[in-house]
Design a protein around this ligand. Structure first.
Ligand SMILES: [Zn+2]
Length: 231
């Protein structure tokens, strides 16, 4: 796996159709998203390559419940008993208590989804140890502020690490063909666009997405130029 350090202590783990991120600090290691089901061996290999024993993984943060992000959470959590942290509005779906609401597709999204999600398996249910809401603070070494960004899913969250000038957006924002875009496959695309605008008001240097390449340097201005090519 090609592991890119996108900011000091933060590595991008490309897991096929989606990205996960590993944050390492003196407080221990945090995995942000877990890829589709079956990503366990790739994540394990990445942790070992980066010198993190899988049984020492401390936290798993899920940006939202979708199968390509929560798909391997149960497996990875089982290695260490890592605390699983999810936005309150998505927690029931991660736990498998209820099915999450499906996206409302635009015609362009319908075509895209048929291609990218053709082989996607459902995420096994995963226990949730902590439900978070807007402005909750996670201790990742540096403080990470949870931002509630509904629209892609009801309980989507982003993580803002002010000390590092860093934003992890989940699927509210993506990179597609060199352009920052509104992430596709939203439950409420107007709310998702509002959430994107809210994130674009932050002052960040690095932005990391659930899909596509991160923006490294002057990320805020790239977010402010985001477009909606699938609308
Ligand atoms: Zn998603």
């Amino acid at each position: 796996m090609d592991l890119t350090e996108v900011a000091p202590g933060l590595h991008l783990l490309p897991l096929g159709i989606s990205n996960a991120y590993l944050w390492r600090s003196t407080m221990g290691a945090t995995l942000i998203d877990t890829g589709p089901p079956g990503s366990g061996p790739a994540i394990r290999g990445a942790l070992q390559h980066l010198g993190v024993p899988p049984e020492e993984l401390r936290q798993i943060v899920l940006t939202h419940f979708h199968d390509d992000h929560a798909g391997s959470a149960a497996e990875v959590a089982g290695w260490s008993g890592a605390q699983v942290i999810v936005g309150a509005g998505d927690a029931a779906f991660v736990r498998g208590e209820r099915s999450g609401p499906p996206p409302t597709f635009t015609p362009a999204e319908e075509q895209l989804h048929a291609v990218v999600a053709a082989d996607l398996q459902p995420a096994p249910a995963c226990g949730v140890d902590r439900e978070v809401t807007d402005q909750d603070v996670l201790d990742l070494g540096d403080d990470a502020i949870v931002l509630s960004v509904p629209g892609h899913t009801p309980g989507s969250i982003a993580l803002h690490v002010p000390a590092a000038g860093l934003l992890i957006t989940g699927d509210t924002i993506a990179e597609h063909q060199g352009q920052v875009v509104l992430g596709p496959f939203n439950i409420d695309r107007d709310a998702a666009w509002q959430s994107l605008q809210q994130l674009a008001e932050l002052d960040v240097e690095v932005a990391c997405f659930g899909h596509g390449e991160p923006v490294i340097g002057s990320a805020s201005s790239a977010l402010r130029r985001a477009i909606d090519p699938f609308g």
